[in-house]
Design a binder for this molecule. Structure first.
Ligand SMILES: C[S@@+](CC[C@H](N)C(=O)[O-])C[C@H]1O[C@@H](n2cnc3c(N)ncnc32)[C@H](O)[C@@H]1O
Length: 532
């Protein structure tokens, strides 16, 4: 799990839970259904969670959180003390973790990758929420203390992994998305500096200088708050008022909770963030004008855990943002394949022979032409994401059918087409027959499939272990679910290898189909002749 609360003794854990529940239910307008309970799920590596203590019908309000109880720019005393920070466009800039997010740019917190040059103190909703949490923490006591005290202080997200732990991810694209350095830079410039410049605001008036945090400690605290936001905060969209709602809504109609966009406002929503989540879920948080409401999507059995939905995230993305993985999310796994590998595969296909003729190509010239295309069209992908086709969850939070690899990304096929056009141009001057062959759709398809197959096989080779070896490790997991950092890393890399394997099988099937087609085409004219 992402949140490490395992060291808290059971008695203290229960006491903190009880205090939090008392605080929550004392909030004006808050409700908490009598048949649900906050429980200790640490034996399942899931921290706290909420279960049903009796059968709950569909469409039941499980709990209600008044907006006034949400910790955000509107409710935080910091916004009144340092109003200049909260003015201006809440443009997303950098994020502690977003350091990574890229699978779906729409529901990403701002990425540090986009923000490397921004060393100003300009704030966004992400950094403002970090400052808000830092302020509450440094003040020592807060309206939200019973809530804040149950938030984790340590995390299992890869941001906090050692080099050795990260190396278990092997060739996963996740490694490059952790973004520790970018996060460090963001926290130093936008958080630590602000706290240091406004110590009188962040610390209680009587705090002696010696008790104020050093720069290194502030950096650590900034990381902790950033990671808590990553795994716990919500986008505070208002269903009734948010004009952009339709844009944010997924095709399946689910507005995913949390950490979605970095729109106007983010907040910490007590109780809503006590729900664990999975790709098969049974509850949803509705964002109303005066309050947020958790509702059951179907009948929930006695003893069943109440689960929210974080969206169709791959295992890697779930691990990066939340520090855990679940078997149900594996259907959304993806693998990234760099263009360099595809280009290498295409080159081999061309050199191995078009129409049986070995061909040497002036690849530097091809490169020059490609550079021209890049400049003219401005669109050239460095890598492609391979994923399965999968049905969206239904209105009850259930998923149906198997997720299946059904084809290459359209953009990859387009880019290969452009590349082969450049090859044709270069070859054309010296070898008309080969250039003509490259003008043939079937030949181009052969090169595409063969080139991609070679690229995928090479991509498989970038991982230090085989899928079979990984599966042996996973078969030995206690409890059948990955919970240690090593297990989660193996789970992620094995998931990527599985898609690679499925993609190779799919490409081979296409190649077989193509050669059958070609065989039929050859046979057809003579058959026709016989008929005549
Ligand atoms: C919004 S919090 C949910 C409450 C959290 N369990 C707690 O104890 O505070 C999100 C975090 O809960 C954990 N979590 C959520 N869903 C989980 C699941 N299905 N299995 C294991 N851990 C889960 C992860 O650590 C994640 O970062």
């Amino acid at each position: 799990m992402a949140t490490t609360t395992n060291t808290v003794p059971v008695g203290d854990f229960e006491q903190q839970t009880q205090k939090f529940l008392e605080w929550f239910t004392s909030q004006p307008g808050a409700t908490f259904h009598k048949d649900i309970k906050l429980v200790d799920l640490r034996d399942k590596s899931a921290g706290r969670g909420i279960i049903a203590t009796a059968p709950i019908p569909a469409d039941t309000t499980l709990f209600t959180i008044p907006r006034a109880s949400i910790l955000c720019a509107t409710t935080s005393p910091l916004a009144k003390k340092l109003p200049h920070l909260f003015k201006g466009p809440a443009e997303p800039t950098v994020a502690e973790e977003s350091p990574s997010h890229t699978a779906d740019a729409d529901d990403e917190p701002p990425s540090p990758e986009n923000d490397e040059e921004d060393d100003s103190q300009s704030q966004d909703s992400w950094t403002l929420l970090i400052l808000i949490l830092m302020h509450e923490y440094l003040q020592g006591s807060s309206n939200w203390s019973p809530y804040l005290s149950i938030l984790p202080t340590q995390f299992d997200t890869p941001m906090f992994w050692t080099e050795a732990e990260l190396s278990e991810l092997q060739a996963s694209a996740l490694v490059a998305k952790v973004g520790k350095e970018e996060a460090d830079k963001m926290i130093r410039t936008k958080i630590v500096k602000v706290v240091q410049e406004h110590e009188e605001v962040f610390y209680p008036a009587d705090t002696p200088k010696t008790q104020r945090l050093e720069e290194g400690e502030l950096l650590k605290l900034g990381h902790r708050m950033g990671s808590a936001i990553m795994a716990y905060a919500f986008d505070l969209a208002n269903d009734d008022e948010d004009e952009d709602e339709e844009e944010e809504e997924e095709e399946d109609g689910w507005v995913e909770d949390k950490i979605a966009g970095m729109n106007d406002s983010m907040g910490m929503v007590p109780m809503a963030d006590m729900l664990n989540a999975d790709a098969v879920f049974n509850a949803h948080i509705n964002h109303g004008e005066a309050c947020l409401t958790a509702t059951s999507l179907r009948e929930i059995k006695e003893g069943e855990e109440i689960l929210n939905y974080y969206g169709p995230l791959s295992s890697a993305e779930l691990l990066r943002r939340y520090g855990y993985v679940t078997p149900n999310h594996a259907r959304y796994d993806v693998v990234e394949v760099g263009w360099g590998l595809v280009e290498g595969g295409l080159k081999k296909m061309v050199e191995e022979g078009i129409k049986g003729r070995k061909k040497e190509v002036d690849w530097d010239k091809v490169e020059e032409l490609v550079e021209e295309v890049k400049e003219e069209e401005g669109e050239w992908e460095d890598s492609f994401v391979l994923e399965r086709q999968s049905e969206d969850p239904d209105s009850e939070g259930q998923v149906h059918g198997e997720a299946e690899f059904m084809g290459l990304p359209q953009e990859l096929e387009e880019q290969v087409k452009t590349y082969l056009k450049a090859v044709k141009k270069v070859v054309g001057t010296g070898d008309r027959a080969v250039a003509e062959a490259l003008g043939n759709k079937t030949v181009r398809k052969e090169i595409l499939l063969g080139g991609v197959r070679k690229a995928l096989e090479e991509r498989e080779g970038q991982y230090a272990t085989s899928l079979e070896e990984d599966e042996k490790v996973l078969a030995g997991m206690e409890g059948g679910r990955p919970t240690t950092r090593k297990e989660m890393a193996v789970w992620v890399r094995a998931g990527e290898k599985r898609i690679l394997k499925e993609a190779v099988a799919w490409v081979k099937k296409q190649e077989e189909g193509l050669s059958t087609e070609k065989g039929q085409e050859k046979a057809e004219p003579s058959a026709k002749r016989r008929k005549a």
